[in-house]
Design a protein around this ligand. Structure first.
Ligand code: MG
Length: 493
């Protein structure tokens, strides 16, 4: 842990900032779970002021950080601590308050209009807001500075040091290999496109019992973790000792609820297994969105959608959801692993999910790079969907208007979903060398998998950048080969 005197001093002065972040997480958690619907205005006011307070306190650390950076012989957590603080300070010093405010306002107004535009499937309504946001994001990229493509500056905010060169290197083989795989899987028909269980309606209280059993199977801690309900499931961490997830209940197609629970638990396991010595520092979080998503995807897909996991959860399904009774374990396995090209990203299966990301990535990169006009984007979307997934959205609601991210100005975010899949593939390949994964899951010894992940990854928190962490754990960075291998083995065996 920290030993250097100037680092220890800095860590002490950082504590109020940690507390502000913790309160901010709690406010956002409350906003999505229990806050009355009409209370968003005062909540928005509070969050905005807390962010200003945070910025002010952060900037007060500038000289201390600069001095500490001159120290020699720092250990890894000390170096990581300074790296994370410097990234924060950089953002606050490079982005003028006026630009931040413009982005914030355009996002607040744009999100309301986007919601209405999606409901009416009317892209023209949202277009002026998207144009404004793209302009602001281009300014942000210029202020932040970049090498190569301006889009790199925006991706770096979500995944440190990620560049379009990295993504092109990942997506090129992923695209060609998975297109061929998808075609074979669809023509073989072993993995169906639809299943009667998709239509079965469940009782929410009964489904909650299934989800609680899934949490038991995952050995989630009872004292420092809890699960609530929200429309869009998420995970939030107030501290290593207070991590919360949400799940959703739509009343039909139970796999959506079950796998939201398992997915978010994967995020929570990462947060809960960070070394306790890092708590109250900015290292007590996942190192990047991509690495975080690798944990949720690993548990959701590689573990949760395996035959062995289905075997463990099947008794609970049968006990709580009477309509499951006529179906065998193998039927349920097919139901949770449909091969179903869809225009909607959040409904995508493991084979087609990354294509949805590629569509968004190519459009974002060109919009920010000035190679594409907003007005042309819906048509490009349709063409790319046809080319990659083989389906065309029937309208803009099913197409370019489906995600909230662009209205909120989150350009550079989407790629991290695919990085999550790619990194999960790398973990899967490595864990197989140390554990008989099938037997471990079949025996319900999921703590062994958790321990493995803790040693290789979780305990470090944000000590290492995502690329450093991968190099330490695997000796390679964002290698898509392992994901391709896993998917081909799963779907073509
Ligand atoms: Mg996630």
């Amino acid at each position: 842990m920290f030993q250097n005197a100037s680092i220890l001093d800095l860590a002490e002065k950082y504590k109020p900032l940690w507390a502000l972040d913790s309160v901010g997480s709690l406010l956002e958690w409350d906003m999505e779970t229990y806050m009355p619907l009409g209370s968003s205005k005062p909540r928005g006011f509070t969050i905005a002021h807390m962010q200003l307070l945070r910025q002010e306190r952060m900037l007060q650390l500038t000289d201390l950080v600069s001095n500490a950076e001159k120290s020699s012989g720092l250990n890894d957590p000390e170096i990581g601590f300074l790296r994370v603080l410097r990234r924060d300070l950089d953002y606050y010093t490079k982005i003028p308050p006026k630009l931040l405010e413009d982005i914030f306002r355009t996002s607040t107004e744009g999100t309301v209009v986007w919601r209405e535009a999606r409901r009416k499937s009317d892209f023209a309504m949202f277009k002026p807001y998207l144009e404004k946001m793209v302009g602001l994001k281009r300014q942000e990229a210029e202020k932040l500075g970049y090498k190569g493509n301006p889009y790199n500056a925006l991706m770096d905010r979500f995944e440190e040091d990620l560049t379009t060169d990295d993504i092109d290197r990942i997506f090129t083989p992923l695209r060609s290999e998975l297109k061929g795989t998808l075609a074979k899987v669809l023509s073989a028909g072993k993995f169906p496109r639809t299943h009667p269980l998709e239509e079965a309606r469940y009782d929410e209280a009964a489904m909650k019992r299934v989800n609680d059993d899934a949490l038991k199977l995952l050995q989630m801690p009872e004292r420092t973790f809890r699960m609530d309900v929200s429309t869009h499931p998420f995970t939030t961490s107030m501290s290593i000792e207070d991590v919360r997830i949400t799940t959703r209940y739509e009343g039909q197609d139970f796999k959506a609820s079950l796998y939201s629970t398992v997915h978010e638990s994967g995020h929570a396991i990462y947060d809960l297994q960070i070394d306790p010595s890092l708590d109250y520092t900015p290292l007590a979080r996942g190192t990047s969105l991509g690495v975080h998503e690798s944990q949720s995807r690993f548990w959701e897909n590689f573990i949760g959608r395996s035959r062995e996991f289905i075997r463990r959860i099947y008794p609970s399904l049968k006990a709580n959801l009477p309509f499951v009774a006529p179906y065998s374990e193998e039927d349920v396995y097919r139901y949770v692993n449909l091969a179903k090209p869809s225009p909607i990203r959040v409904e995508a299966d493991e084979l087609t999910y990354n294509f949805h990301i590629m569509v968004r990535y190519e459009i974002e990169k060109k919009l920010i790079g000035g190679e594409l006009e907003v007005a042309e984007a819906p048509a490009v979307w349709k063409d790319l969907m046809e080319e990659y997934v083989g389906v065309q959205p029937r309208n803009d609601a099913e197409g370019i208007l489906q995600d909230v991210h662009w209205s909120e100005g989150m350009f550079g975010y989407f790629a991290t979903y695919s990085l999550g899949n790619v990194i999960a593939g790398m973990f899967y390949n490595r864990i197989l060398k140390d554990l008989d994964l099938k037997a471990t899951v079949a025996n319900g010894e999921l703590d062994k998998i958790k321990d493995w992940l803790k040693q290789k990854l979780h305990r470090y928190g944000a000590t290492y950048s995502p690329k450093e962490l991968q190099n330490r754990a695997f000796g390679e960075v964002y290698n898509p080969h392992w994901l391709i291998k896993y998917l081909q083995e799963k779907y073509l065996a």
